[in-house]
Design a protein around this ligand. Structure first.
Ligand code: SR1
Ligand code: MG
Length: 418
């Protein structure tokens, strides 16, 4: 008692009953609160608790990786970083993340708003649903959080202090360093792929010097470039949606890293959804048209993100990175505007590279995605995966040759058609 212990359906109501705000949200008698454990992610326990007058979510870290088991220990401290990131995001974009009701450092537990009737975006994409507000809202989330936690907005001192808070999230960073940037390009115990048809591509990637060099440069950028507080795991399983709302969840991988890692996660996972479409065709659904809708979202997300980010920089660029007074003269103001465009172009290339790495890891690495895994026919699935791998490789190796998202999209369309 008093120390960490994993909660369950029996013990969670007693725990919550002692928290005035949570008890009042749930209402009624704690003995009648209904608890479901719904965690389908790779790491944690997630409970939905329903009471007489409301519901909430309790997320508790386990001392190991749930996907693998107790043989892979993982620090409980990740709950601290998740909570820190969540409250930072609440400051930046309160409408785009869940509200926090309670945090317990010892229990590695956060109690938060139950997002309902929201569903996980990945499931919505598999079902073929349209989300008219997704592009606008996810790009707003990224522009605000990636601008307002950086040297473009914060004082140098505050940015360094915030960076220091997240430095100890090294165990979660190491997961990404290994599973995203290393293992898919070597023989590794944890690698797995469902389709033996991919054996040749996997072997080719392991012998592809150009790809290995390019992905290692992305890894070094991930490890060394403390640009902003990134979510760190912004795939379509970390986004919940309705037709009108988008909410970002699960920032336990947060740390100060390169902005393009978040943008790339969103784009790469949408491309995975796109390439999985032929595998979901049938039941009267027009998956070609739906694939086109996904491509439109990718283009729109990048365009909206970059223009919102630039707008924030121009209107609120009060950080110590660039001193506004230096650019007051007309000529240097124009030079600064040109510089900002180059800066965004570099961010575009980073995002493409990270998108490619995120795609490949979900096919050749440990942790896979339902978009592809749920395709039952092995040949159909392998065909989808092979095309996704081909785009992933090009995004990593040739990222700097692309001038805009339209060209990337048209290459993806070509791969899908051929
Ligand atoms: C062992 S954890 C595997 C993956 O799950 C998380 O969502 C991250 O993407 C991590 O790489
Ligand atoms: Mg997660």
């Amino acid at each position: 008692a008093g120390g960490y212990h994993p909660l369950d359906g029996g013990t969670l109501p007693d725990y919550l009953a002692k928290l005035e705000n949570c008890a009042s949200i749930l209402g009624g008698n704690p003995s009648e609160w209904h608890v479901d454990e719904v965690g389908d992610g790779n790491l944690n326990l997630v409970f939905i608790v329903r009471g007489a007058s409301g519901s909430l979510v309790a997320k508790q870290a386990l001392p190991y990786v749930r996907l693998v088991g107790e043989s892979w220990p993982l620090p409980l401290k990740r709950a601290f970083f998740e909570h820190e990131a969540l409250i930072t995001q609440i400051d930046c974009v309160p409408d785009l993340v869940p509200a926090v009701h309670h945090y317990d450092d010892v229990m590695a537990l956060t109690v938060m708003e139950h997002l309902t009737p929201h569903i996980i975006l990945r499931k919505g994409l598999i079902a073929g649903n349209l989300y008219p507000k997704l592009a606008e809202q996810i790009s707003e989330f990224m522009a605000q959080t990636l601008f307002k936690t950086s040297d473009l907005y914060l004082s140098a001192k505050e940015k360094k202090q915030r960076n220091a808070v997240f430095c100890d999230n090294d165990a979660l960073c190491k997961i990404t360093e290994d599973l995203v940037f290393t293992d898919p390009y070597r023989v590794a115990e944890l690698n797995r792929w469902t389709s033996p048809q991919l054996d040749d591509t996997a072997a080719r990637f392991r012998n592809d010097a150009e790809l290995k060099v390019a992905v290692q440069s992305l890894k070094e950028a991930f490890m060394g470039r403390a640009e902003a507080l990134i979510h760190g795991d912004l795939h379509s399983g970390s986004i919940m949606v309705t037709e009108t709302e988008t909410k970002v969840i699960d920032p336990e991988f947060a740390f100060y890293g390169p902005r393009g890692f978040d943008v790339g996660a969103v784009i790469g996972n949408l491309f995975l959804a796109y390439f999985s479409q032929p595998g979901h065709a049938g039941n009267g659904q027009d998956r070609v048209a739906y694939g086109e809708w996904i491509l439109t979202q990718i283009g729109e997300i990048w365009e909206r993100f970059q223009s919102r980010f630039l707008q924030l920089w121009e209107s609120q660029g009060q950080g110590d990175a660039y001193v506004a007074g230096l650019f007051e003269e007309l000529d240097s103001a124009a030079a600064f505007a040109a510089y900002r465009r180059t800066y965004l172009q570099d961010l575009f290339h980073d995002s493409l590279g990270f998108a490619g790495a995120k795609m490949i890891r979900r096919i050749l690495g440990l942790a896979h995605v339902e978009d592809l895994e749920s395709i039952e026919d092995p040949d159909r699935r392998a065909a989808c995966e092979t095309k996704a791998l081909a785009l992933g490789r090009i995004l990593i190796v040739d990222r700097k040759t692309y001038e805009n998202m339209a060209s990337v999209i048209s290459y993806a369309r070509q791969l899908q058609g051929g």
